[in-house]
Write a protein that binds this ligand. Sequence first.
Ligand code: GCV
Length: 659
Amino acid sequence: MSPKPDVASTQWAENYSEYAAWLQRGSACRANAFTVQAGTGVPEFAVQECREGLRRLCADEGAGADNTPLCLRLNMALPPEGYRLKSDTGRCVTLEGADANGLLYGIYAFLLRLAAGANLEQLDEASAPAARYRVVNHWDRVDGVVERGYAGKSIFFRENTLVYEPKRIRDYARLLASVGINGISINNMNVTLESARLISDEQLPLVAKLAGIFRDFGIRVALAVGFESPAVLGGLCMEKPLDASIADWWAQRANAIYSHIPDFLGFVVKADSEFQSGPSAMGISQAEGANLLARALAPHGGLVFWRCFIYDCLQDWRDTQTDRPMAAYDLFKSLDGQFEPNVILQIKNGPSDFQVREPNSPLFGAMPGTSQGLELQITQEYTGQQIDLYGLAVHWEEVLAAPGHAPGQLRNLIGGAIQAVSAISNVGDDENWTGHTLAQANLFAFGRLAWNPALTANEIVREWAALSFGGAGGVAEEVAEMVLASRAVYEKYTTPMSLCWMVNINHHYGPSPEGYEFMKWGTYHRANWEAIGVDRSSRGTGYASQYAPQLAGVYDDIRTCPQEFLLYFHRVAYSHVLPDGRTLLQTMYDSHFEGVQAVEGFITAWEGLKPRLPVSVYASVHARLLRQLDNAREWRDVVNTYFYRKTGIADRQGRKIYP
Ligand code: GCV
């Protein structure tokens, strides 16, 4: 029998909106017990934000009726952007921030504790961010299409113009700030003639207006720019990119930008990559190219986020010597120490391209004289496109626990070698921001992890679920279970053991085992009748040796290589026996059957929640789960058949594999 909704959960359902995400209205009526008192220097915006938050939590009813003081104070002794919350046995709560951002983060932390039903009597916590720069990158094209976007159109652009709903941007900024994000780049790194114009005199006032909205929330705006801008916008000849005329052009642009946007964060640059021009194409090094822009921004306190996603995208599949994952390390490692201090090398977590599983890039921690940034992808390009449920908190927890260049956890480099954590946004103009409502968990998780990489996925996802679904009588726990399980499930029915690039070409959803096999992108698994995978050990391409010797040795040996990375580092026979006694082939078969069963389990679980959920969110997630099941079945059947046809070996359990 399905549980009957109680009165509280009925009220919750009336207030619930997918748009509010983790900042639901009416989730803590206790909020009306506080009266905000501001100390010297506390910005008016923080006070307003605090009052508005309290009103939101009581759904506007009787806010401020009682009078436990909530004292906001600046305390410069706290670390930058840090905050402290302390309750004096229920008589008052003191909320201190190191600066304007710290105060805001403290306010949001307090409101979120309140919403989650925390015991405020014992409130005593202090926190400060691990990464100095916590940035979302939008891949929004100025024509309004979001590249790799699965949640509608851009919230910033339409028809080559910056147009937006200010209220929506404010609400977005609040969501971002509430999880500690302090930077945003608004346009796609694949820069076009139209988007290059965002730094023109005509368009800067528009960008400045938008930046003003984000500024209130402590978020600095950045722009993606093309390396060729001096030619494209300024008509300069770039044959000699180090010519003073080019540096002058950038300096003059930087002056113009900062006259409109005094706290402009900086430039994000995709150079020499996937048909974007760059320094290598013009005969100078990546460091010389990055420094050109960095020197223009330095006097204003701006940064250059210089991406390391550079590889030969015109490779011949017959060429077995070139190994795409090696490209970034080969190009950048030797340039260590040559970059200006305001350049941050932005490195994708894995050396391929946001695959379901990859080892961490060997560049992390390999350049002690250079600031680095970790780039993650929230938008689910290869991970189900916000149709399939995919809890990125679990994925990123694994990334952060794995090593970079040398043994040790990547998370320990954040705040040291890694100064910035950036991620590609999953947001569009869909009412619920992220297409799949449960994908809101991924945006939340990104902010939380960039702030504190030591948090576990379990803590983050449960917190998010309690804030989003806490009023719905037991729903939060079940939703959290689904989200936490979902990354492993997706991996099972798609490409386990780091078997990359089996997706359909171009759009990257659904299976196509040889879709990328004979293309120019350097994306090969080279399956034949007896084995699959690229040998990246010392006997093969040598990729494993880009890691420090102790780690390289672990990856190099098929007996010590972690099973989840097996097909990344080794070419493995289907008959190879894994530690649990099953062959590689049988493990592949099992994995695909199990993955589909787990999706069926998600659907049953979700259907069980129906009486306790508002109709809209129940229906929208249910519809996506059904599509996920279709996708999972397609993956299972296509991949299993592919291997069956290659090997002629049947499933040991005799399950259905199409001949
Ligand atoms: C912005 C992959 C994606 C592209 C993306 C690119 C990048 O290749 O498919 O859409 O382009 O990564 O990160 O630059």
